[in-house]
Design a protein around this ligand. Sequence first.
Ligand SMILES: Nc1ncnc2c1ncn2[C@@H]1O[C@H](COP(=O)(O)OP(=O)(O)OP(=O)(O)O)[C@@H](O)[C@H]1O
Ligand SMILES: [Mg+2]
Length: 169
Amino acid sequence: MIVPRSHEHCLLSTYEWTGVHPPSLKVRIETFLAGVQEGKTPHLLLSGSTGIGKTHVGIGAYRRTVGSISPACIWLNVPQFCDRLQESPGGALWRDYERATRLVVLDDLFGREAVAQDQIVARLLDTAYLNNAALLVTMCDGVQELSARMSRHAITRLLADATIIPMRA
Ligand SMILES: Nc1ncnc2c1ncn2[C@@H]1O[C@H](COP(=O)(O)OP(=O)(O)OP(=O)(O)O)[C@@H](O)[C@H]1O
Ligand SMILES: [Mg+2]
């Protein structure tokens, strides 16, 4: 999925890390990406209120990585992916997704209230898990909200070995 024009400026180098909590955020993102380069499969969850820069950091991480492992690397905004599936339910979108065996960045995991979307989220997480891909997820909700949206099975897969970083100003 192409990064939207609204976020074209988003690189790790254009993110202002100072003042954003936790102060270890930058180091943790760098450690995550180093792991991806080494073929490890770390999982990272960024949560936090709107505008804190979760999408910015996710896109920055994707862009840092995509050049060296494309097409085994994908960034997608989950609500937009769901909309596009409705427009063209054929397999092309899923085929691209299934090729991402090294890094999957899922932006705004529960960006919209919809049962149909929850099923797509479950399939996105399942596929990344089966592909043994590293996963970077951004979401507004805190982890404690997940049980309202996901099955215990899906939560286990999402949180297995995940580093959870609540971001705040
Ligand atoms: N610390 C920062 N340094 C540089 N730009 C930032 C920072 N925080 C936010 N921004 C900018 O603010 C805008 C909003 O950030 P972003 O879309 O990443 O927020 P978000 O946490 O994903 O919000 P939402 O939950 O609404 O999706 C973007 O243009 C982003 O580049
Ligand atoms: Mg966002």
